[in-house]
Design a protein around this ligand. Structure first.
Ligand SMILES: [Zn+2]
Length: 385
């Protein structure tokens, strides 16, 4: 008598059960696993195993939800050829990871502050932890992720994925970031400049103008330029490094690049923090600086206005060369809102021809703090097979 529990019989039974489960799910409908068991007549444990396999294959999605008044795992058919990606944004003190679906919809978002600073070890550990967290929240398994991109606040060689400018991100220069993240997550990875990714996210919005510049104002200042939805990187990956425009070579502050008068020494978030710390004779954190600005502290507001005007002047130089329709600002100072935007616009007006001033939109990025990570998601999905 043939063995009814042999591997051939089991797989045939399993195949039949899969078909029953899939037939019970109408596209667009979300139902709980308990309900699936009732509809198919299969045991709950069998349903769990089948759902796990089908999620791995990308045929089903599982989300947390409510069914019959109770929190449950809701199952639905995955739209056909749906592709999922992970976008990672590295700052000098933070890591942000988003999980999402093409063409770039964010499903889950998580961030962590790197209290020990940005080193290869802290970066890899944080990426692993946050990726697991967002995949869990989005109901994704890492096996379903097809595309991953990482944004870094430095110029990047687009071919090798290596940070190219030793003065800007010294702790990661020479570190094979792309290959290490790829080994960690088991998928191909793209590494890209973070400001470029911000520009990509903004350029792919519905109704975006033809040319968009995203300016990341953090410890440094970098601009990403997108024309007709495509990034302008330059031959060596350093297009848009406006933080090192020598705005005024007579300035006494020496930049970390070794030169004097760079825009980032007078217009970055870090320059606002150091200037205000010096004025108030107390070493302030950026959060404290933003708190004082929010409270309307007159010294803090004055320091921010000075920095904003100088930033606006630097953006004016950029606009006189590129003539973008829109310049969107990102980085921590966006929390200051109009108190920052107003002086930036004023400095810009003074640096450009009146027609350029009248027609260039200078705004705070509508995607807020997640702009760069949203761009990384798009870049990861675009690079996937
Ligand atoms: Zn510099």
């Amino acid at each position: 008598m043939p063995d009814a529990t042999g591997p051939g019989s089991l797989s045939a039974l399993r195949l039949a059960n899969r078909q029953r489960l899939l037939l019970a799910l109408t596209p667009g409908q979300q139902i709980s696993q308990a309900e699936l068991a009732r509809l198919t007549g299969l045991a709950p444990a069998t349903i769990s195993g089948l759902v796990r396999d089908l999620v791995d294959e990308g045929q089903l999605l599982v989300r947390q939800g409510v069914a019959n008044g109770r929190r449950s795992r809701l199952v639905e058919r995955a739209p056909t050829r749906q592709r999922y990606g992970i976008g990672i944004d590295l700052g000098r003190t933070h890591v942000r990871v988003v999980a999402g679906v093409e063409p770039g919809e964010v499903l889950a978002d998580a961030a962590a502050v790197l209290t020990d600073g940005l080193t290869p070890d802290t970066v890899v550990a944080a990426i692993g932890k946050l990726t697991a967290q967002v995949c869990d929240e989005a109901g994704l398994r890492t096996g379903q992720v097809t595309g991953i991109a990482v944004g870094v606040p430095a110029p990047v060689d687009a071919v090798t994925g290596v940070v190219t400018e030793t003065a800007i991100l010294p702790s990661l220069v020479g570190f094979p970031l792309r290959d290490e993240v790829s080994a960690l997550l088991g998928r191909p990875v793209v590494v890209e400049n973070d400001a470029n990714l911000g520009a990509l996210a903004l350029a792919r919005r519905a109704g975006a103008p033809r040319s968009v510049v995203f300016v990341k104002v953090g410890s440094g200042i970098g601009a990403g330029v997108a024309v007709a939805g495509q990034l302008l990187r330059g031959d060596f990956g350093s297009a848009g490094e406006i933080g090192h425009l020598a705005l005024d070579p007579g300035l006494s502050v020496v930049c970390r690049c070794g030169r004097r008068g760079c825009l980032e020494t007078v217009g970055s978030a870090e320059s606002v923090r150091t200037a205000l710390s010096s004025a108030l004779q107390h070493d302030l954190s950026l959060a404290e600086v933003l708190g004082l600005i929010g409270d309307g502290h007159p010294v803090a507001v004055h320091v921010l206005e000075d920095a904003g005007e100088l930033l606006g002047r630097g953006l004016g130089w950029l606009a006189m060369i590129l003539n973008p329709a829109e310049i969107a600002l990102g980085g921590p100072l966006i929390a200051a809102g109009d108190a920052w935007l107003r002086p930036v616009r004023q400095g810009f007006r003074r640096a450009v021809l009146p027609g350029v001033a009248a027609r260039t939109g200078i705004i705070i990025s509508p995607l807020g703090e997640a702009t760069e990570a949203a761009g990384a998601l798009i870049a990861g999905l675009s690079a996937a097979d």
